[in-house]
Design a protein around this ligand. Sequence first.
Ligand code: HEC
Ligand code: HEC
Length: 289
Amino acid sequence: MRWVTRFATLSLSLAAAGCLGGYQPGSPGTHMDPPPVDNPPPSDPTANPSGALTARQLFDQNVLTILTSCTSCHAGTGTAGGPKFLGVTGDAYYASLTGDPRFVNNVPEQSYLITHIHAPNEGPDLNMAQDAKIIAWITQENVERALPPPPSPANVAVQELAKFGNCMTLADFTAAGMNDLQNQNTNGGPCTSCHATGAYVYLSNTPTNNFNRLKESPWLMKFALGTINTDGTFKDVEAANRFLDRGKEPGHPQYTLNTTRATALTTFFTSTYTKYKAGNCPTTPPPSP
Ligand code: HEC
Ligand code: HEC
């Protein structure tokens, strides 16, 4: 297929350059030149001497078509529809995916394109035939260069929790009633008497400051956690319940959150989780390694 294409291109360029001038096939009395041969071929930087397709060729021929069912939600700018891991236009997809070890790593079966499962009706997952094409492409990427391992589930859980934190908004926090949490009393004094400077949890008299800390680890981890399945894969972000439970456990001033405050924790978790699952939250640059 490629050879035929190149041959046609070569013939055309020869014709354009006038190299075939005067020669008419079969015209009487004309010496029959041998047809031009494709040897040597025009230099092709992606050509693979073994004759097998290069990783880039496998991507262009077999993977791009699969991605057309993903681009409506995963390509472009902004946040609507889903995380934009493909980049803006078709030219960028290859660089975006190969530059992200979640997608292209040294265990092709663990490409996030394959392992990610959408919630029902959220978006299509790949079928086995498509998985095989993704694996063939990434396997060839590994032949051509050294790739990093897939991010460990623990790292994925940390990254997912950070995404969850980015989905928190002050409006949701306030609407849920979280701005009142620090006013809970205990048998050892109010929360703010021990936690106003952020030791273990951040509970000051200024709700906006409390919100700003709660968005980030380690404070965030008292509110939500990234969890891992028994098979080692990332599971989900789940409520940590530390604010609810710490006052009922020994070794800490005792308190039982009133119903409004307990509900505030659940409401705020749910509104944040809904945004996290929809994938349309602001992103912050990843921390430098
Ligand atoms: C109709 C919209 C839609 C389409 C189409 C769609 N997805 Fe998604 N996808 C989402 C949403 C929303 C999320 C974020 C929530 C989640 O992680 O499940 C997501 C998340 C993902 C993620 C996780 C990204 C991350 O940064 O965590 C991957 C990987 C993914 N999709 C792959 C695909 C692939 C591959 C296709 C095409 C075969 C596809 N999606 C098609 C909506 C879509
Ligand atoms: C007299 C001081 C004091 C007061 C008052 C106090 N705490 Fe604490 N809290 C601590 C100390 C010390 C720790 C760290 C050790 C521990 O977990 O017991 C802590 C830890 C915590 C933790 C983290 C527990 C974990 O599992 O990591 C939470 C959540 C917490 N406090 C919530 C509260 C809330 C909510 C209030 C108010 C209703 C409150 N605390 C009042 C001293 C206090």
